[in-house]
Design a protein around this ligand. Structure first.
Ligand code: ZN
Ligand code: ZN
Length: 405
């Protein structure tokens, strides 16, 4: 999305703003030319690129004579301005100027040329709301450029802005539509109503970014809780785990899995739901253990430790702990109905047969499909009953809960 952009704001932020970090590169470009070095130092929104010999391209935005100019200037004989060509953005269009339609004195400096270009643009009017909003956004973007704190990218039409690689939250990102500030993509779980929050409290791009950073701070306990589980449990779903996921499925014991869902990431404990997936009898027993354990939840301990306490475990089983079947490679643990391990939806085979001697292991979705073909299959209070495709024993499972994403 942000890759193939010709020349634009995007280039501007990708390169020119990085220039002051990469001092060596500036010196390489402008070593022989103090004028260019001064220009970049004075106008951090400009990028200078050496093409060959005396040819340079200067592009980006510059604030001059109380106006923001967005331009790309080609100078084939620098420091002379002879044969220059400049594309200047006026409203949404770029206009080309050269010696034929813009007279420049032979001894003019680059700065003079920029001033002259600024004069060609109409003065910003307060009446034109859209334009002033756009101008404000240019100004804000320049202010928001903080390469030590995050990475900032803009698309070529300046209609999308993306913040990513936040200093303390490397995996997070926020992409907004400009100038509406509507979120296009973000790294928070979808249950966080970011769009509404931005609409009610963000009046500027700076507000929107500040709000996002504040949310990341508030969500730290949520991410920390899940990080413990990701590190200390054999998380089977989701895969790969991203910052947007608010649930985890991991093994509790042989053929039994725990699904943890945090419905409201701002209230991790309060909105936590735990679901046990496994053969009917085991689930019935563990459900009692779980409801007793939840009653004595210790707020001093983290989520992972509390879960261990509830199930009276020292640790949750990791791959290889549950005997040969689990130690085998993923291909060997495929679903007995569709012969695939992980479905495109991310699901792995978690459902096993109520008959403890039966080897059936399958995806909930595959078993549901099988049940649907049975004439005597029934569903009662969200629990579906049918016969195992392998041993023909009675099998019951709650697809509603299992297939909920
Ligand atoms: Zn399957
Ligand atoms: Zn069976």
């Amino acid at each position: 999305m942000f890759s193939a952009i010709v020349w634009s704001y995007f280039c501007l932020f990708e390169h020119s703003f990085c220039l002051h970090l990469a001092q060596n590169r500036i010196q390489m470009f402008c070593e022989k030319n103090n004028d260019l070095r001064d220009l970049v130092a004075k106008h951090p929104g400009l990028q200078v690129k050496h093409i060959k010999n005396k040819a340079y391209v200067i592009s980006g935005v510059v604030f001059i004579n109380e106006k923001w100019l967005r331009l790309k200037l080609y100078l084939p004989h620098f420091p002379e301005l002879r044969d220059f060509q400049v594309h200047l953005q006026h409203q949404l269009e770029y206009k080309l100027y050269n010696h034929a339609n813009l007279k420049v004195q032979s001894d003019s400096s680059l700065e003079d040329l920029l001033v002259q270009l600024a004069k060609m643009l109409p003065a910003p009017t307060v009446v034109d709301n859209a334009q002033s909003k756009q101008q404000n956004i240019y100004a804000e973007i320049l202010n928001l450029h903080k390469p030590q704190e995050y990475r900032l990218q803009l698309d070529d039409r300046c209609s999308r802005i993306r913040f990513s690689n936040f200093a303390d939250y490397d995996a997070h990102y926020l992409e907004l539509e400009l100038p509406s500030l509507r979120p296009l993509e973000h790294s928070l779980p979808d249950c966080v109503s970011l769009g509404e929050m931005l609409a009610t409290s963000a009046r500027s791009l700076g507000d929107a970014l500040a709000l996002y950073l504040r949310l990341l701070d508030e969500l730290r306990p949520f991410y920390d809780s899940l990080a413990d589980i990701d590190e200390l449990c054999d998380v089977l779903e989701p895969s790969p785990i991203t910052t947007k996921h608010n649930s985890r499925v991991f093994p509790l014991k042989d053929r039994v899995y725990l699904k943890l869902t945090i419905a409201d990431p701002f209230a991790s404990y309060g909105s936590m739901a735990l679901q046990i997936i496994g053969p009917t009898e085991e689930v019935a027993q563990l459900r009692h253990v779980l409801s007793d354990g939840l009653g004595s939840w210790d707020m001093e301990l983290d989520m992972h430790k509390n879960l261990l306490r509830i199930f009276d475990l020292c640790y949750f089983p990791m791959r290889g702990d549950l005997g040969q079947m689990q130690a085998a490679s993923e291909e060997d643990q495929h679903c007995n109905i569709c012969y695939v391990y992980r479905l495109d939806t991310g699901e792995v085979p978690l459902v096993s047969c109520d008959n403890s001697r039966c080897v059936l292991k399958c995806h909930a979705a595959c078993l549901k499909e099988w049940f649907d073909t049975l004439i005597d299959g029934k569903t009662f209070l969200e629990v579906s009953f049918g016969l195992c495709p392998f041993c023909k024993a009675k099998l019951s499972t709650s697809f509603a809960a299992l297939l909920k994403t």
